[in-house]
Design a protein around this ligand. Structure first.
Ligand code: 5GP
Length: 187
């Protein structure tokens, strides 16, 4: 049986590493590639990490109702494509979405059986330190991400599972165990 897993976390909480670990260990899970208008980072691949679209292309997809949910933040659009998710579910695969907290709640409305997992940073200060060290954002974008992180942490009560990333290895294992437990339920 196919399942939908949603992982949310403030940026800098270690979510990407945790997601990569799941995808490498559980081949039956496919990453849901979102669309975005933000600029591609040097290590990202179009069609793999995101579908990088222009504002016009993104807006046309909103008009055509091609998104399950979409949000704008940091001045950019981000959205989950209906066609991507549904085609995977129809072929019996499970999907893993990495979206912001509001997107996660919208997914849950659309797909009530979705499993929501929230990754928490050990503290807001630690999160800021990680974001600064990552050196992928400008000063203005960093400031926006700090503010957003505080708002996102307030949303955690809506999630079925919460994992504090004190230690990346432990957090990876905890999330992996959640996936196994949920996948076992289906059998
Ligand atoms: P980043 O720019 O660091 O890749 O992502 C910024 C934020 O956008 C993260 O919180 C990420 O989870 C979220 N995000 C990525 N794709 C989507 C999406 O399709 N929908 C929503 N709502 N958020 C997304």
């Amino acid at each position: 049986m196919s399942k939908i897993f949603v992982i949310s976390a403030p940026s800098g909480a270690g979510k990407t590493t945790i997601v990569r670990n799941i995808l490498s260990k559980l081949p039956e899970i496919e990453f849901s590639v979102s669309a975005t208008t933000r600029k591609k980072r040097s290590f990202e691949i179009d069609g793999v990490d995101y579908f990088f679209l222009s504002d016009e292309e993104f807006k046309a997809k909103i008009e055509a109702k091609e998104f399950v949910e979409w949000e704008t933040f940091y001045g950019y659009y981000y959205g989950t494509l209906k066609s991507f998710i549904n085609s995977r579910l129809e072929s019996g695969k499970s999907v893993l979405l990495e979206v912001d907290v509001k997107g996660a709640l919208k997914i849950k409305k659309e797909y009530p059986e979705a499993v929501l997992i929230f990754i928490l940073p050990p503290s807001v200060d630690e999160l800021k330190r990680r974001l600064i060290n990552r050196k992928t954002e400008s000063e203005i974008d960093l400031q926006k991400r700090f503010e957003r992180a505080e708002m996102e942490i307030d949303f955690q009560s809506h999630f079925e599972y919460k994992v504090v990333n004190n230690n990346l290895e432990n957090a990876k294992e905890k999330v992996f165990n959640i996936f196994n437990k949920e996948l076992m339920k289906e059998k």
